[in-house]
Design a protein around this ligand. Structure first.
Ligand SMILES: Nc1ncnc2c1ncn2[C@@H]1O[C@H](COP(=O)(O)OP(=O)(O)OP(=O)(O)O)[C@@H](O)[C@H]1O
Ligand SMILES: [Mg+2]
Length: 255
């Protein structure tokens, strides 16, 4: 059967009424025919493929923090580590293996340059690219629910600087679906233990609610316990993993 000519709304309403009826009837007949149904299916498939491609493109833009920076200023990822993750040459280091798919509390411990920050970045990429968890197509959506679905990246120094007494400031770290705290141990070690108390509160809540958390640190297990106390370490033993990434630096001198 031949397909009736596609008409714009204006063209359709410019026709005499009898022709309009005839056009509608042949349109219906076409839609019910095998050829018409195949055309509709192909159209749907093209739309779906274009939609998926757009979603991935937006996820990548969001991960890079470009287009989406209006909404994702909290995703202030370290550019050098992002470059490694997106380079196509990222090695499957022990840190990357541990971080991938991590849904518990993960502590990546190791010497400098052992790939901890890169691995944490890869976990964020993985989350952002799993677009069913949030809606990257809500391009201008700055609503609390959209923001709440975004992961949070912060350095321990940034975490130490937040207002410890503001529930609003503390809650975002307690409740986000995925939290990375980079370089724990590099923050100022306040004598009164304010930071350790904050960390304890954040970890306690994340542990209770089974929220994914990646912590990177140069401290080893003993140094970690020494600095942050046995409560945190106990919870980590039960709900988390303390992964040693060794001491072999992957940093190369720049040429
Ligand atoms: N998975 C990887 N694949 C390829 N190169 C990597 C990988 N991980 C790390 N590197 C290289 O090593 C460098 C240092 O990695 P990264 O910043 O993750 O180390 P780190 O363990 O966080 O170090 P630090 O303790 O000093 O913060 C990267 O800039 C990159 O050049
Ligand atoms: Mg690092």
């Amino acid at each position: 059967m031949t397909k009736p000519r596609d008409l714009t709304t204006t063209e359709f309403f410019a026709l005499p009424i009898a022709e309009r009826r005839a056009h509608s009837a042949s349109q219906k007949e076409w839609e019910a025919s095998p050829e018409g149904q195949a055309e509709a299916r192909a159209y749907q498939e093209r739309r779906q493929a274009a939609f998926e491609a757009k979603r991935l493109e937006l996820a990548e833009q969001m991960f890079r923090g470009t287009e989406y920076s209006r909404h994702c200023e909290r995703l202030d990822l370290p550019a050098r580590a992002v470059d490694v993750v997106l380079s196509g040459h990222m090695d499957d280091t022990p840190a990357v293996q541990a971080a991938r798919g991590c849904t518990d509390i993960l502590v990546l411990s190791g010497g400098v340059g052992t790939g901890k920050t890169v691995a944490a970045c890869e976990r964020i990429r993985e989350y952002v690219y799993a677009i069913e968890k949030w809606s990257p197509l809500a391009e201008y959506d700055a609503s609390p629910s959209f923001r709440a679905a975004l992961p949070v990246w912060c350095s321990a120094c940034e975490l130490a600087r937040i207002d410890h007494f503001s529930a609003l400031a503390v809650d975002q770290f307690k409740d986000v679906p995925l939290l990375v705290v980079d370089d724990l141990g590099s923050e100022y070690n306040d004598a009164k233990g304010f930071f350790a108390a904050l960390l304890d509160e954040v970890i306690d809540n994340r542990y209770a609610n089974k929220l994914a958390t990646v912590i990177t640190t140069n401290l080893n297990a003993a140094g970690f316990a020494d600095r942050y106390g046995s409560r945190v370490v106990d919870r980590l033993r039960e709900a988390g993993r303390f992964i040693s990434c060794g001491n072999a630096s992957m940093r190369r001198a720049s040429t």
